[in-house]
Design a protein around this ligand. Structure first.
Ligand code: COA
Length: 584
């Protein structure tokens, strides 16, 4: 079938549906929601059999849904209606939630039901639930709905569905999420922040400045015992986060967005708390998290061992890695390499493996008189390269990148620096840079990528700029193994496989082969040359006459609405009836 996506943005859920439907042999084109007339034009050009709206913030125009079947993905159980479905579910601590596929009609979320899938609702931030449970359920439900449509089955009117227990919910107002530090327990504070993370955040105050709060984590009694303070008081710092007391404990708060800045022209955006309030945070007592520590003690970096295997996780908010975070992680890799283990598993974060350099942190430098975005970009990419080099040259261990979450741009190439790359079935990779203002990219990709997919395959991946399902990545040799349907099954199996690798009879042979390969490759062309060539191109991106990267980053960080749909997604606008390949 010819399937047209109408979407607010090509976000991770839209991307998963895109790869899943293409995987079933459908021709999929995408039009971002810019204006009704543009959507109408897309329909006229593509002549779709079916329209899918994976993620829309506005209603589909009647001129479209009256003529075509439009499937709307609603992140709520059957009967639930409204724009804050998941926010309410998390705030209300629902035990079970779901995704419903509705047919668009005149009533928002009131159309006939094509399919629905429920799941247990995890206590986690909204964006994490959206990227995992909601996305997985949406893929199953959309595939089921598309199959029903293909064979001519009709959807069920909502009123006839006995299981409909959802209700119409208004947009969740800030007043409903307001934290009362003198009354709310830690679980309540966390639920409020989780329900609004990543958008819109909970409006509160930090150091007397009105701010939206994000990135909250429970504090342990061990750390709380070391700092006195009344409920609501900010009492300590760790990494870039602050510890705030509640009536029965405390929570770490990692990110904030002030309601406004001193310069009215500057639109504030999300940054680590320590970036917004450096002087205040510096005065707080530091409570660093040791690399090896109890599981419930929050911190960005964590290292643990199981027999001959070391596991290093780096749970950076949104997978973004600033200069300092890359440097800390590199030190942690150096530490892990000194340990008496044989295999080092790089686990990334729970939601993302990595999304490359920290674009918000770089954008912040553009707004500070003493800093420059070009310099910060340069520092950040060099720190990423140093980290990638540390992994690439770890000839004392066999290394594995285990993708629990998606990997994008430089984060995808960082994963390739390990000897083996494993992922689970639901993981997505975006192994390309060009979407960020034609960025050339570094992280030794010119060495790593052709080795895995060949020169032509590398060129296609970079040019096509499309997401890859893990199974496609495996097929083209970009990654080495795909197992486990989702992250938890995968995680368990990673331990088993890594342990088997460490105990394999030919471990020393494998390690010697790795050393020999590295030496041969170095003799042919030193890693330093790859790096210099890549960085010469990046230098032009950062400091050259063409401002595309700076403009694209500004648009990305400030979440500017799209003005057009990129041609590689809107194939109906290229005159092509073929889908670009995901490399041969
Ligand atoms: N730096 C800073 N923030 C980043 C980031 C980065 N490199 N990558 C993602 N984010 C943030 C987004 O701004 C968004 O923030 P929010 O919490 O305020 O919503 C959040 O992470 C999730 O990103 P989103 O784009 O909504 O997620 P997705 O899963 O739909 O898409 C990507 C994932 C990787 C395709 C997309 O985020 C992306 O293109 N990121 C930029 C990658 C990049 O160009 N890196 C620089 C070159 S190495």
């Amino acid at each position: 079938m010819r399937i047209l996506f109408l979407a607010h943005s090509f976000n991770s859920l839209t991307q998963r549906l895109f790869v899943a439907l293409r995987g079933c042999g459908h021709l999929v084109s995408v039009e971002l929601d810019i204006a009704d007339s543009v959507s109408e034009e897309a329909v006229a050009l593509f002549k779709p059999n079916l329209i899918v709206a994976p993620f829309l913030k506005r209603a589909i125009p009647a001129s479209i849904w009256q003529q075509h079947v439009c499937l709307v993905v609603h992140p709520g159980i059957v009967g639930d209606r409204g724009p804050s479905a998941l926010d309410w579910a998390i705030l209300d601590k629902e035990a079970e939630w779901g995704v419903t596929i509705l047919q668009a009609n005149a009533e928002m979320d009131g159309g006939d039901v094509w399919a629905h899938v429920n799941f247990p609702l995890r206590i986690a931030k909204k964006s994490s639930v959206y990227r995992t449970e909601v996305t997985d359920a949406a893929v199953h439900a959309v595939l089921a709905a598309v199959e029903k449509f293909a064979v001519g089955t009709h959807p069920l009117p909502l009123a006839e569905m006995a299981i409909a227990r959802g209700r119409i919910q208004p947009p969740l107002p800030q007043a409903q999420r307001r934290i009362d530090w003198q009354r709310d327990c830690s679980a309540e504070v966390l639920a409020k922040i989780y329900s609004a993370d990543s958008v819109p955040g909970v409006l509160d105050c930090l150091f007397d400045v009105p701010c939206y709060l994000y990135d909250a984590h429970p504090a342990t009694s061990a750390v709380l015992a070391s700092v006195a303070g009344a409920a609501g008081e900010i009492v300590a710092r760790r990494d870039h986060a602050v510890l705030r007391r509640t009536i029965d404990g405390g929570v770490w708060i990692g990110h904030a967005r002030p309601l406004q800045t001193d310069d009215a022209a500057d639109k504030p955006f999300k940054l680590p708390v320590a970036q917004w309030f450096p002087e205040h945070v510096a005065q707080l007592p530091e409570r660093p998290a040791a690399l090896m520590r109890p599981y419930d003690e929050w911190g960005e970096l964590r290292y643990r061992e199981d027999g001959l295997v070391g596991f290093l996780s780096f749970d950076f908010y949104n997978g973004a890695m600033s200069t300092a975070q890359c440097q800390h992680l590199r030190t942690a890799v150096q530490f892990a390499r000194q340990r008496p283990t044989r295999v080092l598993v790089l686990l990334g974060g729970e939601d993302f493996f990595s999304n490359g350099i920290h674009l918000n942190r770089i954008e912040a430098a553009a707004h500070r008189p003493s800093e420059s975005a070009a310099d910060e970009s340069w520092n950040n990419i060099n720190a990423m390269d140093d980290l990638a080099l540390e992994i690439l040259t770890a000839t004392d261990h066999l290394t594995v990148s285990a993708l629990r979450g998606n990997a994008g741009a430089g984060g995808a190439f960082l994963a390739l620096a390990a000897d083996f790359v494993w992922g689970h079935e639901n993981v997505l990779l975006n192994p390309h840079y060009k979407n960020m203002g034609n960025l050339y990219g570094s992280e030794y990709w010119t060495y790593l990528l052709p080795q895995r997919v060949g020169a032509e395959g590398a060129r296609e991946l970079m040019q096509n700029r499309l997401p890859l399902a893990a199974s496609d990545a495996l097929r083209i040799g970009l990654i080495d193994a795909v197992f486990g349907q989702e992250a938890s099954a995968f995680f368990g199996e990673v331990g088993v496989r890594a342990s088997a690798l460490a105990q394999s009879e030919d471990f020393e042979v494998q390690l010697a082969a790795k050393r020999a390969r590295r030496e041969q490759d170095e003799a042919v062309k030193p890693l330093q040359r790859y790096r210099e060539e890549e960085l010469a191109r990046m230098h032009r991106n950062f400091y050259g006459f063409d401002p595309s990267y700076h403009v694209a980053r500004y648009h990305f960080v400030h979440k500017m609405p799209h003005a057009w749909t990129p041609r590689h997604l809107a194939i109906h606008r290229t005159g092509s009836s073929h889908q670009p390949r995901t490399a041969s």
